[in-house]
Design a binder for this molecule. Sequence first.
Ligand SMILES: *Cc1c(COP(=O)(O)O)cnc(C)c1O
Length: 395
Amino acid sequence: MNSLNSFTSRAPIPYARQSICRADVTAVTRALQSEWITQGPAVIAFEEAVKARCGATHAVAVNSATSALHLGCLALGLGPAGTLWTTPNTFVASANCGRYCGAKVDFVDIDPRTWNMSAAALRRKLVAARRSSRIPQIVVPVHFAGQPTEQDVIMELAAEFGFKVLEDASHSLGGSRQGEPVGSCRWSHAAVLSFHPVKIITSGEGGMLLTNDAEVAHRAALLRSHGITRDPRRMTRAPDGPWYYEQLELGFNYRMTDLEAALGTSQLVRLDEFIARRNQLARRYDRALRTLPLRLPTVEKGNLSAFHLYVVRLSRRAKISQATLHAAMRAEGIGVNLHYMPVHLQPYYRSLGFHAGSFPEAERHGAEAITLPLYPTLTESEQDRVVRVLRRLLR
Ligand SMILES: *Cc1c(COP(=O)(O)O)cnc(C)c1O
């Protein structure tokens, strides 16, 4: 049977985990026995499947979302003279991609209700930046915990102030806003997905850049594999044999393997099932935790959250500190986590001049948040155990 479901009631419960079924194993085995192992037909099939699912016209699969963010920044024209803005309430990769391009990085504080980048704070910062001619080249909104950001509003600001929008949709494959699927890029220039095992679907490691701009897709695909082209129309001279290729730019090896892509395509079949189960468990947490001194996650009207994470915040009424609660939950075998320590307070970003007090909403969030276990194979009895322990500790 499925060894992944074999937790006893006392076994540790992680905050997140993959769900691998027999069809996934078959798909990877088949890919392993095919002609190709590295980037080949299975990668193309995965790109086609994700594109069709999300409604974008181009997809470039790579070895991680981190790589997709880097390629997205480069393809959208970010360079050492540029600036990237993102939210402090994210994984470091959303900011690091700007640094890889040699650009400056800055942050926009979060909305205290959604815990996503605040569109109002973004507007205020843009107005101030325009006065000093410091409009960023790229803004990277992150769909925190799976809840879509106010992309329509952010895209209006992009048109008004003249910057590119790169969505970090690592948490939100399968989510939607006003019926528009995350990844369609209706309200952005490009979007990035992650297929790390803790995310909505997995390919082991992997990521994808989605866009409706053919030239952005072309540049990302070129840079994914060393900046090399085998397309005679893109070459500087006529090829003198079938071995001939040209390196046009300084690219990378960010390729996804066919083994990973086969897993990703197989996982995508269960995307709706995963999203439904995550939402069902989230509503179950909502009901069970309502009376505790916690702030529960909100889902904005018109949004379907992918519920990558179920994050609650300790309210001021709580008589236990965040650190004590985290430690006590972990001591009970419940793998709680913290999403996120604000990125600007990481030593690396402090060394670039950031300090406490700059983004108070994100800092408050980081000081109160606790991520509870949530993944499709979490059972209701395991969830009940999480709730019981939490109730006892918060009493
Ligand atoms: C996981 C994650 C990434 C990085 O994904 P990888 O595929 O591990 O590189 C980037 N941004 C966010 C918001 C993430 O959660």
